[in-house]
Design a protein around this ligand. Structure first.
Ligand SMILES: Cc1cc2nc3c(=O)[nH]c(=O)nc-3n(C[C@H](O)[C@H](O)[C@H](O)COP(=O)(O)OP(=O)(O)OC[C@H]3O[C@@H](n4cnc5c(N)ncnc54)[C@H](O)[C@@H]3O)c2cc1C
Length: 400
């Protein structure tokens, strides 16, 4: 394994830290205020100012393989963006679900669809949604997906209801990538297709948004319940091969999972900084909180957990670069479980260190905790990743 930092990474890391400290962290209260003022679903305007600045500083679309960063290199930049998770990734056009959607459009869209939507996404002008999960079925098992996509009249007709379609409440969100069944009697993993659906297509009904721990996640465009009611799109909107949707979904989620893991390390580092600074300055029962043995135990545990997960993420990124996503499957599942668990633990202890303030809006901790916790579900629950990991491990013992 080779984790040495390249000069390119060192330079980008320095730029990313400058951007974070000079502009992003100071923008957090402005973002919160604007979120409050502009209504639930618009993106706070400060994000547009930050996008201009990120672009000027060479911090734009860094997730794109075409930019030339390996997964290992990008990991070390994405970690920094996780320190302000609802502002910095979007300001650098590196946020979910757009990154995964852009990759799907790049690899699988027809030239007409790609030319219409990809440049606008790469330019940060619009946002996109990934519409897979459904309220009526256990969607952690993708084989359960029930939305139907019928081929007819030179196009496809879509019928079904999705939820947790993140970002779709935003007026800026223009295109959905929808997974549905095209071949119900086909062999396993050959029953579904993926299709691009512009959100202004007749029949796309955005019904409501589901919140996360009482937060609307508004600046991010909420999490929409969408009813696709006899929605018709032309046949060139099919992504990849007919009945090949499952494979695209798998390809899409590999890098997505590692990006989340990288950002979670950044979240944990920010929580760690906040907790240590607070403990050094807060005096209770005659000494600082930092001088209490129990707090020192938390600091040690937090540092051990962060370093272990960071090494696992770097190893996973290195494997993805050297043997491909399939060769890194065990590690991708492992970090998808380990990173949110670690971050939630560190953030939880930072909240405890702050006392009542920790659960308030006066630190980013409560919101970060919500993000870390929900990432034990989004992109597949822990139990499903553990099942996949265990199956791969047990395969090695076949015949023994
Ligand atoms: C904030 C947020 C954002 C999201 N964004 C998106 C998005 O943009 N697009 C999208 O399509 N989806 C999105 N999702 C949905 C997410 O991917 C699903 O919630 C997740 O895959 C689980 O599916 P489900 O909710 O149907 O749970 P279910 O499939 O009903 O599973 C419920 C529980 O059953 C248990 N379980 C399931 N399988 C097993 C097993 N094999 N062994 C043991 N236990 C098991 C697990 O504990 C699991 O949590 C988002 C979710 C959240 C919370």
């Amino acid at each position: 394994m080779e984790f040495a930092q390249t000069d390119k990474v060192k330079e980008l890391q320095a730029k990313a830290f400058d951007f974070l400290n000079e502009l992003v962290i100071p923008a957090e209260p402005v973002y919160a205020q604007q979120e409050h003022e502009i209504g639930p679903w618009d993106t706070p305007p400060i994000i547009e100012d930050l996008k201009i600045e990120a672009r000027a500083r060479g911090l734009w679309n860094l997730f794109l393989p075409a930019i030339g960063l390996t997964n290992l290199e990008y990991a070390q930049i994405a970690e920094i963006t996780g320190r302000s998770p609802w502002i910095m990734p979007e300001a650098m056009n590196c946020s979910a679900p757009d990154t995964g959607n852009m990759e799907v459009l790049h690899h699988f869209a027809t030239p007409a669809v790609k030319d219409k939507w990809l440049p606008q996404l790469l330019d940060g002008k619009i946002r996109s949604v990934y519409s897979m999960t459904e309220p009526a079925v256990a969607s952690s098992d993708a084989n359960n997906i029930a939305t139907r996509i019928y081929q007819e009249k030179g196009g496809f007709r879509i019928q079904g209801t999705k939820w947790w379609s993140s970002g779709a409440m935003s007026p800026n969100c223009k295109i959905a990538i929808v997974l549905g069944v095209t071949n119900p009697d086909g062999e396993k993993h050959k029953t579904q297709s993926m299709i691009a659906v512009p959100l202004d297509t007749p029949g796309v009904k955005i019904l409501r948004s589901t919140g996360v721990f009482g937060e609307s996640d508004g600046g991010h465009g909420g999490h929409a319940v969408i009813h696709y009611d006899d929605v018709w799109v032309p046949e060139d909107h099919l992504l990849g091969e007919l009945h090949g949707g499952f494979a695209i979904g798998q390809a899409r989620l590999g890098p997505g999972r590692i990006h989340h893991a990288m950002r979670l390390i950044g979240m944990a580092e920010r929580a760690f900084d906040l907790m240590c600074e607070r403990a050094k300055s807060r005096v209770a029962f005659g000494k600082t909180v930092a001088e209490q043995g129990v707090f020192q135990d938390w600091v040690a545990e937090a540092r051990i957990k962060i370093e272990m997960v960071r090494l696992l993420v770097l190893k996973t990124a290195w494997l993805m670069d050297t043997v491909g996503n399939r060769g890194a499957a065990v590690e991708i599942s492992a970090i998808k479980v380990a990173a949110p668990e670690m971050a939630a633990w560190v953030i939880d202890h930072a909240i405890q260190t702050f006392g009542g303030m920790g659960v308030s809006q006066d630190t980013p901790l409560a919101r970060m905790y919500g993000q870390a916790r929900m990432l034990r579900l989004a992109d597949g629950p822990d139990e499903v990743h553990k099942m996949a990991l265990a199956r791969r491990e047990l395969k090695r013992y076949t015949g023994k």
